[in-house]
Design a protein around this ligand. Structure first.
Ligand code: ATP
Ligand code: MG
Length: 609
């Protein structure tokens, strides 16, 4: 390809719309253009990158025996109603774009394809003899993200590879899950990415075990917590750890465990309480009020107790709330703080915010207009395990010191609702500490079990002649996100440094002075020869100054640059390796052999196992 025909427009300055390096570079180097919020055009250069990633994905998945398919993006609401996910995906914080057709039928634009594929599997897979099957597609997905940002990282329209496997039993599902795990590692490695596998929350997809693949990068949206010994790594959404030991409360339980009132004027936060009264945060039970809204309209106030030094993990809380209320009230649509303003709107004006204690009676909710008039009470283990503690007295400017659960309000069930933190001791070995790094989630694999097949009645006949729901797994890779993640991991001050296996072109031939016939002629010749040798080669034939073309070549990030300049007359060119900036003069006669040797190794993938 000739750069003069590429409609290449590069930008010298960082575009205002971009915050992170990879987003800035993809815009500046002419790989993408923003069309709307979270909507991008993949320009020809990026499309080549996406094609190369897709080819690696196809090769590795085909090698596992998976079959490529293509499913519709327009999906009937009825399928999603049968799986029970329509409300969760369209109401509240739901992310499915949905519409009505001219006949008044409701449709969704596919954010994911469990429903469609399960319905098909139920239709086509009748007997254990047909199993296992693993189907995948590479396709545009639509998600009305709450905060689209960082370019291709979190788009509202993006390219995903999604795969779905069907099995006669759980053991077979586990084998395919393990094979997909291995295929994913090869895919990311061949794409030149340093990626780590971490335990993950299964989110709205559901199911049991799940694992995410994270490309480590400072700009990553996810926090990874991992032990130094390499045996444990998890997304913070899911991570478990041992909390620091609590400091015993001097004097223990007071007034038989009812607690002794302490005037604490103005001390409505843990910091103020400890500063003014010498109370350690680990001696405090802090109470958070939240409100959960469900599919059936139920609005449930939550009273959540945590130890004063701990932070709430909202993902764990949402899972605990769903486990308790999901069967009765349907999908959890929203979970957020219960604010004084919201309480006021309900006609509840005397909640003692800042001085709340776990003994707050349900009577506090009396008169609520649309909320349930009873709290759902949940306690993290760090709070539940305190024998004597400090807590709010449920009266302004007052706390209780030396309270104990049994006397105050009954012992709660000890749950895991706290956010594990960097520096925490590990559960598998208390001598190990959790370290933190940031990651970009490029893949996620799930053992779904029979959640969807049971809901959509996708059954098969077992060897024993029984009708049973299919066992399922599902496996995603964010193809367009992966392309940008590669830039995030591979760039320098001058631009992108693509790993060769996914670079849009492997070599760029730059003619330093296109007005010089000897240079132009040699450059044309090399361009033709390299093309004929099967190299993906770009030819910067523009009549620009050499400096401009070199800058653009660095920005574009093509792994190898061949400069045809003054040495052309003597049959010499300069070869530059983009990633390390290394240059060497090479006789024209040796160029092709040298390049072919380097490319042969690099095409297989930088980090190939
Ligand atoms: P996230 O936690 O980042 O929102 P997710 O858990 O919703 O992602 P999955 O449903 O597991 O994502 O989708 C599979 C893969 O698709 C993800 O691992 C990610 O790489 C990619 N992906 C998900 N959402 C987006 C998006 N809005 N833009 C680009 N890629 C995405
Ligand atoms: Mg995920």
């Amino acid at each position: 390809m000739r750069v003069s025909r590429l409609m290449l427009v590069t930008l010298r300055d960082d575009p205002a719309e971009a915050e992170i390096p990879s987003h800035k570079l993809l815009l500046r180097a002419g790989y993408i253009r923003r069309v709307g919020s979270g909507i991008y055009a993949y320009l020809p250069l990026l499309w080549r990158v996406l094609q190369k990633i897709s080819a690696i994905v196809r090769e590795e998945l085909n090698a596992t025996g998976a079959l490529e398919t293509l499913l519709p993006q327009l999906q009937p609401a009825e399928l999603w109603q049968r799986s029970g996910r329509w409300a969760g995906y369209t109401a509240g914080e739901g992310i499915m774009f949905h519409l009505e057709d001219r006949q008044g039928r409701e449709l969704g634009l596919g954010p994911t394809h469990e429903e469609v594929i399960t319905a098909l599997a139920g239709d086509l897979l009748r007997s254990y003899r047909q199993l296992p099957v693993n189907l995948y597609q590479i396709q545009t997905k639509f998600r009305d993200e709450i905060r689209p940002r960082f370019g291709l990282m979190r788009g509202r329209e993006f390219i995903m590879k999604d795969a779905y496997s069907f099995h006669a039993d759980e053991a077979c599902l586990r084998r395919t899950y393990a094979a997909m795990d291995q295929a994913y590692r090869r895919i990311f490695s061949r794409c030149g990415l340093r990626a780590v596998a971490v335990e993950a929350d299964s989110g709205a997809i559901g199911g049991s075990a799940s694992q995410e693949f994270m490309v480590t990068a400072d700009a990553g949206e996810d926090l990874i917590l991992a032990s130094g010994d390499g045996t444990y790594a998890a997304n913070q959404e899911r991570a478990v750890s041992l909390a620091p030991e609590a400091l015993p409360l001097a004097g223990g339980a007071r007034q038989g465990g009812a607690g002794e009132p302490l005037d604490t004027p103005g001390a409505s936060s843990i910091e103020q309480l400890s500063a003014a009264h010498g109370i350690d945060p680990t001696q405090v039970v802090k109470v958070l009020l939240l409100l959960a809204r469900f599919e059936d309209g139920c609005q449930q106030p939550l009273l959540v107790s945590l130890r004063g030094d701990q932070q709430l993990n909202e993902v764990k809380l949402a899972n605990a709330v769903t486990a308790r209320c999901g069967a009765e009230h349907g999908t959890l649509l929203e979970l957020g703080p219960l604010t004084p303003e919201a309480a006021g709107r309900e006609g509840i004006s005397d909640l003692p915010f800042g001085y709340l204690g776990p003994q707050l009676a349900d009577a506090a909710l009396a008169g609520a207009r649309s909320w349930q008039q009873r709290f759902l009470r949940l306690a993290d283990a760090t709070a539940a395990e305190l024998e004597a503690f400090v807590c709010g007295a449920n009266a302004r400017d007052r706390h209780l010191v030396g309270a104990s659960w049994g006397v105050l309000c009954g012992a709660p069930e000890a749950l895991d609702l706290r956010a594990a933190q960097p520096g925490d001791r590990c559960v598998h070995d208390a001598a190990q500490r959790l370290g933190a790094s940031r990651g970009i989630e490029v893949g996620h694999i799930f053992q779904l079990g029979r959640k969807y097949s049971a809901a959509l009645e996708a059954t098969f006949t077992t060897e024993a002649g029984q009708e049973e729901p299919l066992w399922m797994g599902c496996y995603g890779i964010g193809v367009s996100r992966l392309a940008q993640a590669a830039v995030e991991q591979h760039h320098d001050a001058n631009g992108i440094c693509w790993p060769t296996a996914i670079a849009p072109y492997e070599v760029i031939v730059v003619v330093a002075n296109a007005a010089e016939p000897a240079q132009l002629q040699l450059a044309e010749q090399l361009y033709g020869e390299l093309q004929a040798a099967g190299v993906d080669v770009l030819f910067d034939d523009r009549a620009e100054r050499a400096g401009v073309k070199f800058k653009d070549a660095d920005l574009l990030g093509i792994p190898w640059r061949v400069v045809v300049g003054r040495g052309a007359a003597e049959g010499q060119v300069e070869l530059v390796q983009r990633s390390v900036g290394e240059r060497q003069d090479v006789p024209v006669a040796e160029l092709q052999a040298l390049l072919m040797e380097r490319l042969a190794a690099e095409r297989r993938g930088l980090l190939a196992a």
